[in-house]
Design a protein around this ligand. Sequence first.
Ligand code: PLP
Length: 388
Amino acid sequence: MKLVELGKLKPPRPRPSLEELLPLVSTILQRGVVPEALIVEDDRVSPESARLYYALEMLGPRLAPASSQREHAQIPLEDLDFYWELNQGQARVFRSSLELLYRNWPTPLVRLESLSRGGRTAWGKLEAYNPYSWSIKDRVAWSLVQGYIKEHGKPPSSVYEATSTNTGLALAALGAIHGFRVRAYIPGPVRRESMVLLRLLGAEVVWTDKPITVDSLDEVKREAKAHGAVCLDQFNNDYNFIVHLRYTAKEIDYQARSAGLELRGVYAGMGTSGHVSALSLYFRNRRGIEVVGVQPAPGERIPGIRRVETGMKWVRHAPPSRVVDVTLEEAVEMVERVARTDGILLGLSSGAVAAAFEKSGPGEGDYVLVMPDNALKYTSIIERLLGE
Ligand code: PLP
């Protein structure tokens, strides 16, 4: 049996569904080994190995075991160069603004003094260190566009997307890079900060007073179809979930191992559920630790996150261990506390994640708090609620 570069193999078609892949992905993560070789002939992966190929593609080791016939194996993920995609940009020279995104990972993991006490330590995963929308949504937009290019051989010519702003900004940046037009449908009251930035990137903005629901999403899809545009649909497109499994989750694992952390739990907000579910699948299987979801309390509005019962795709496959409710006021209190202790300007959903961590008072050990973005898009809301 030999080890070959996964990226050089020709994949079998069709791609199995997420439902077919997740049990195998979970088993590989739980055992930490790849159970058999891919059956490969002339770089072409046999349809018999489709499930294993796509499960490995979701996890992203550099190498894969390959053989001309079925062969059992127990190859540790580490022997397949599991973490190879991290830290490739160490000299911090990037040959394009696209590389500035994916070669700049991992985003920083920072010990937060303001939230660490009594034997528990909070580590903020600062997603504002992504270049386009200064948010976790750069990963998603990139993955949706890469997925589209993989399947159609070229970028779309025009994209319509419902977004709470960040995905719109990231798509608008990618539209500038690849040369496609973007129309962003944004729910809720107009936030000038976001509108100016979207327009600066050349996007068209449609503000809607309706929250994002299945019906409003259908309307966006209908309009896209009528105008010959594509709706990449971050709410249902599995490339959203996959990018967090292959990168966000793996990065946290790699960073926690490198720093020798005693990781006890991960906290994450829920919007599309892309990142919370991927983290849940990864960490519950690979490390046996809990992932806590964070949602707005009933009747509260916190940009970027929403309540589970409004409907989210991936929580059905990989739910968080539990969900904590947070008010906007609690979130802003935390944004203020972290700013005035650690000097870091968190966004509102990040404040909500910090508040959920404080409220749930977990035991001793290290905890990772995924901070989706920073304060700069929410200054008008924060100004209203800021304490004296
Ligand atoms: N926080 C912010 C600021 C966001 O923009 C989003 C998503 O739009 C989230 C949290 C939720 O992330 P996800 O869609 O992965 O559930």
